[in-house]
Design a protein around this ligand. Sequence first.
Ligand SMILES: [Zn+2]
Length: 100
Amino acid sequence: MRQVPPTHRRGRLGSRGRAVPQRTCVGCRVRAAKSDLLRLVAVEGVLVPDHRGRLPGRGAYLHPDPACLELAERRRAFPRALRLAGPLDAGPIRSGIGLR
Ligand SMILES: [Zn+2]
């Protein structure tokens, strides 16, 4: 029996057949390719999209989908994912989601 690493079992493969980095959406909790998710970071209490993956600090990953944003907010997933205590303003995300 051939051993298949867990990440390869249902992971998506890149164009050249290699496993791509995966992250879990903080909204729907579904794992997806990192490139399919929007990285969010908190800057002074405001959630901002990190389109280039360059902003420092902890990031939370979310599908660029209003439904996932709503789920994440309802479950207070952002403070948990970012290890922050206070509430976060998701306004910029809400207006920018889906635009990428
Ligand atoms: Zn999602």
